[in-house]
Design a protein around this ligand. Sequence first.
Ligand code: NAP
Ligand code: G4F
Length: 344
Amino acid sequence: MKRALIAGITGQDGSYLAEFLAGKGYEVHGIVRRASSFNTGRIDHLYQDPHENKPRLVLHYGDLSDGTGLRRILENVRPDEVYNLAAQSHVKVSFEAPEYTADIVASGTLRLLEAVRDYNDISKASVRVYQAGSSEMFGAASPPQSEATPFYPRSPYAASKVAAHWYALNYREAYGMFICNGILFNHESPRRGETFVTRKITRAVGRIKHGLQEKLFLGNLDAKRDWGFAGDYVEAMCMMLQHDKPDDYVVATGEAYSVQEFLVKAFGRVGLNWQDYVEIDPRYFRPTEVDFLQGDPTKVMTTLGWKPRVSFDELVNMMVDQDLDLALRERTLTDAGFRRHIHS
Ligand code: NAP
Ligand code: G4F
């Protein structure tokens, strides 16, 4: 049985990857940050009591800011594969917390790579590592973007991901480590964080439809993104680590839509016109925007045989349908006198 260690297991991708690997028979270990409230909502359905004989999902407290702790976790878990999905992953927030973002996204990756390098030396193992790179690294480069496109980062987040990408590539060349950089374009799901634009929209659609919200405030509606389904993308991560040689891959659908096109589809799903509800709030503009991301996934398709299963329309419908259901439950609670809580 293979053992995988996932940093960032409580996030959107971490939860889908944990499910996927568990389904393949892996023993899955995850690194969880200490928080004052529970942050394991996305993986609670997978959790097993550690007092059980052989739980298939084991959680370890740790943080990418704490290199010694990472090393200790590696020695305890003795993984075959490590997936580094941990990050301060919000682009706009990275302008507000740039040093923190760099510390976790760039230096945190370096800490994890150092820990794996030491563990390999001590144990004579050859742990395979997946590094979560991002299409944000292409930033202002013209679409379609492929593995050959030069990076042009437009935010502290993107610059930090570029640093992490090069750390990973350098460790592969310098120490012969098996490390793959996935350069993933935007991928969404009903588990997407509620401050990313797709989920912010679908949450609002559900609440507006059920009379819980009147307006939706957004920033730049003209930006274009290549949006896929997170469940499809985690399969590509695993496929990279099963290949006979480590390499870097763009993962994308090859299609791009604007934020406005997402709005049309999402509001249209419930028979509403987005223009009746959306207002622009410059607070959501970014100091430097990434206008147009559209990936060229030829390499991952031809080399690894990966392809996306969920279309743009299916993705929007899946997210809206779930958020309609959530809003209905909120409505029921509100009608029963409970106060509701709105994220923006
Ligand atoms: P996400 O939902 O924001 O999850 C991020 C994960 O990292 C969470 O588990 C979070 O823990 C954890 N984390 C944050 N700071 C940490 C720290 N200091 N130490 C340890 N863990 C920490 O992000 P995602 O959408 O799943 O994305 C996964 C990875 O892929 C990220 O690296 C992201 O930058 C990258 N990526 C995402 C996309 C996309 O479209 N989704 C595209 C390209 C690349 P908490 O739950 O406690 O916050
Ligand atoms: O949903 P977003 O915040 O995603 P963004 O910035 O593309 O980043 C996501 O994808 C990256 C991969 O390309 C990941 F690396 C990263 O971790 C993250 O998962 O914004 C998408 C677009 C932007 O152009 C933004 O300006 O939507 C625009 N937008 C318009 N109004 C908004 C809003 N974005 C947010 N978050 N909130 C708004 O109100």
